[in-house]
Design a protein around this ligand. Structure first.
Ligand SMILES: [Fe+2]
Length: 330
C-alpha cells in the first residue's frame, strides 16, 4: 500500500469533479455517515467550490431510512458525492429528477491508480451499447464454466468512474459493463476457479466451486471449504431469491488489478479492483432491482472470475480473460 500527498489527493478530486461536469451554477452535496475519519468531505467541498459550484456537507445517521429532510435536501443537488454508499431507494427519486450520484469509498492510492479517463467512458459505452442489442450471453472457461442466458428484458448498463450525465449513478473508480439475465433464462455450470474472488468475503478462492444453474437459479453448490462457506452464507437468509442470478458482465479497467486485494486487510477497500479488472467475468447472485427487476434480496455475492471467454450472440467480447471486442480494448 502507498500513501499520496494531500496536494495530489486534492488534484484527484478536482479531476473527478471536472469529469463529472461540475459547473459554477451547480450544487454539490457531500453525504456521509458519522464517525468516519475521512479527508474526502473537506477535499470534495473545497474542490467543488474551486470549480465555482455551491458545495455543502450532509451527515446522515445511516445508509438506509434517511430522514425526510435529508432526502429533500439531496433532491436539490446537481451532484451527490456519496461517501457512505447510501442504500435508501429514494436516491433513485433524486436521480429521476436529474441528480447525478458518485460513490467514492476506496483509499487514496486506489483513487490515484484508477483515476478514470474519457476513453474509459467511451469503451464502457461501446460495451453497454453492444449489450443493449444482445439476445444471448454465453460464458465458458477452461475450468469448466459453460453458462448461457437470454438477454433483452433488462437494459445494457455500464460504470466508468464518474457521474457526468443527468441522473447517472456511478462509482469512482472502475469501468465495466453489465446487464441482468431474462427471468428464468440462466442455465449451465459456473466453475469459480482458484484465484477467483468472492465479495463480500474478500477472499481468493482456494478450491474450485461448481455452481449448477437451472432456469435462473443456482440449484447446487459443490466443492471444498469455499463452496461450503458460500452455501452456508446463502442458506442463512432462508430465502429462495438469494440463489437467483444478478448482474453479469465484464471488466474494462486496465488500471484495476486482480492482485490488489491481497495487499490490504479486509475492510480497507471496497473491491473495485476486483469488480473492474480488465477482462474479468463478473458473475453475481441475488437482486436485480438495479436493472429494473423486482428482486430485492439483500444477499448479494459479486464473483469476479479470471480467464473466462464471454460471447454476446456468439461474438466474443472477452477470450480467456482478454478483451477482444472492437472499441472496448485499452
Ligand atoms: Fe454487485
Amino acid at each position: 500500500m502507498t500513501t499520496i500527498a494531500p496536494s495530489r489527493l486534492a488534484t484527484l478530486w478536482q479531476e473527478i469533479l471536472t469529469l463529472s461536469q461540475v459547473k459554477p451554477t451547480e450544487t454539490v452535496i457531500v453525504v456521509d455517515t458519522p464517525n468516519r475519519i475521512n479527508p474526502y468531505p473537506e477535499m470534495a467541498i473545497t474542490q467543488a467550490k474551486s470549480l465555482g459550484a455551491t458545495a455543502e456537507y450532509l451527515e446522515v445517521p445511516g445508509r438506509t431510512d434517511l430522514p425526510e429532510d435529508a432526502v429533500a435536501l439531496l433532491k436539490t443537488a446537481d451532484l451527490i458525492i456519496d461517501l457512505a454508499f447510501i442504500l435508501d431507494g429514494r436516491i433513485r427519486d433524486c436521480r429521476n429528477g436529474g441528480t447525478r450520484v458518485l460513490v467514492v469509498l476506496e483509499p487514496p492510492e486506489i483513487l490515484e491508480r484508477m483515476l478514470p479517463t474519457l476513453a474509459d467512458k467511451q469503451r464502457a459505452m461501446v460495451a453497454r451499447d453492444r449489450l443493449q442489442k444482445a439476445k444471448t450471453m454465453r460464458v465458458t472457461s477452461k475450468a469448466g464454466t459453460d453458462f448461457s442466458v437470454e438477454l433483452g428484458e433488462f437494459p445494457g448498463m455500464c460504470q466508468y468512474g464518474f457521474a457526468d450525465e443527468p441522473g447517472h449513478w456511478d462509482q469512482y473508480p472502475g469501468a465495466f459493463a453489465f446487464t441482468f439475465p431474462n427471468e428464468g433464462s440462466a442455465n449451465g455450470v459456473v466453475v469459480c476457479d482458484w484465484g477467483d474472488i468472492i465479495y463480500p468475503f474478500f477472499t481468493y478462492i482456494q478450491e474450485p466451486i461448481t455452481l449448477t444453474i437451472e432456469n435462473g437459479f443456482i440449484r447446487e453448490i459443490t466443492g471444498g471449504v469455499d463452496a461450503e462457506e458460500m452455501r452456508s452464507f446463502m442458506e442463512r437468509y432462508q430465502d429462495p431469491e438469494v440463489y437467483a442470478i444478478s448482474h453479469i458482465g465484464w471488466g474494462l479497467s486496465r488500471t484495476a488489478s486482480w492482485e490488489a486485494m491481497g495487499q490490504y486487510e479486509k475492510g480497507q477497500t471496497e473491491g473495485q479492483d476486483g469488480r473492474a479488472f480488465y477482462g474479468n467475468f463478473l458473475f453475481s447472485t441475488g437482486p436485480n432491482s438495479v436493472g429494473g427487476g423486482l428482486r430485492t434480496t439483500p444477499c448479494h455475492l459479486d464473483i469476479p472470475m479470471q480467464g473466462c471467454s464471454l460471447f454476446l450472440d456468439d461474438e466474443p467480447m472477452v477470450l480467456e480473460g482478454i478483451v477482444v471486442a472492437a472499441g472496448q480494448q485499452a
